[in-house]
Design a protein around this ligand. Sequence first.
Ligand code: F0G
Length: 482
Amino acid sequence: MAVKFYQAQNQVPLEMHKVRMVQKISLLPVEERLKRIQEAGNNTFLLQNRDIYLDMLTDSGVNGMTDLQMAAAMRADDSYAGSETFTRVKEAVKEVFGTENVLPAHQGRACENILSSALVKPGQTALMNFHFTTTKAHITRMGGTVEEIIADKGLLPQSDDPFKGDFDLDKLRATINEKGAENIAFVRVEAGTNLIGGQPVSLENMLAVTDICHDNKIISVLDASLLQDNVYFMKTREARCKYMDIKSIYHLLADHFDIIYFSARKLGFAKGGIITSKDAKYTKMMMEYIPLYEGFLTYGGMDVRSMEAMAQGLYESLDMEYINQGPEFINYLAKELHDYGVPVVLPAGGLGCHLNAGAFVPELPHNEYPAAAVAAALYIAGGIRGMERGTLSEQRNPDGTEPYSELELMRLAVPRRVYTLSQLKYVADRVKWLWDNRTLIGGLEWVEEPTVLRFFSGRLKEKGYWQEQLAEKFRKDFGDSL
Ligand code: F0G
């Protein structure tokens, strides 16, 4: 139940936890920030944490753990085989999903490697609402291709549609007919669709997708990494879920999907990865790859303390007072910005608040990487680290041409239980300043471009001297403020 404020105008999202451990962070002067981002090749992945005030790169593995998670980590059993820790992880997965077949892996993309190694044959296609960077890289590495079946509404940066991650079901049926079920490796539903702004998929749509898969004898896969936020949106936006308890939603999904995998850096607020299924035939198909790539079947490359924290984190993912925190903070930030006129993805989703860089700097072409330019500019403006989620995060086609991303987004992830509302207000303030000075933002060009997952380690430089001008304008407007 939400806590209502006596003065409605003062209503803010209210935490149902208190903070008992803190970590010092620092904010460098703007001249230093300018230097640091240029040294980092204008790639926020290459910034050093000591140079960052608010790290909003990701919500992966950086969420605040609970006292019970920390306590659980202390009793870990690190036996190589048959570890009690793994038994406890299995119990937690069974409680949350109702499944008994559990494979461990070191993180989400390791699950994707196993899944692709076992299920993708050269020439096959994996259908999905939307790709994720690491998912696509693993499927294409196996000689497969990815096709997105997102409903048109998903690509509208702003709308009031509650479930922009939904599949276009007619298109899904037509694509299966056209390609033939035998040419489809699997259909993957990504909960809390990351690259379109953390947008949820409705329960109704997820179940319809699994029915279509079942009718066509195609394996259905749920990427549950962002399922926690997605379940929050099902509960608050979908009539049929309002009175369902949270656990019964997770269980219903596990009854319908053949395979579920997730990054426990997100679901479970710890580190690691899990693949699970109701029917042992699916885990058997993948099992042999675990000792090969990850580690023995009772740890899968994970540290046992993280596994214990994950098990506790999974139980906590059933608690509305915990799972509402991310979406409500994100909504608060998105609303602050939208009310000022800043183009953000609406409705606000999970994971983070997404600036629509395409509309922020509309004159910048895709191949000057508008979302990366806005990310570099925001670091200069406020020591805030966001992440490019646009053309730069795509991979080049085999012929070297560049696929332009439909959405050029700059993501400000909101790690859960880490930053306060005053810090989010600071973020909003610096983004608003940047919006008012957006004509100063220019493009970026490559200095070093890696061939695989180039966004992680590629280096770029500014076109012209816009970054120096932006820093000078900051100094002029803010005087001697940091
Ligand atoms: N699937 C989704 C939907 C994800 O968001 C991620 C990671 C993965 C799979 C891969 O998991 O990182 O544990 O290997 N997303 C992170 C992010 C990296 O910042 O959005 P991983």
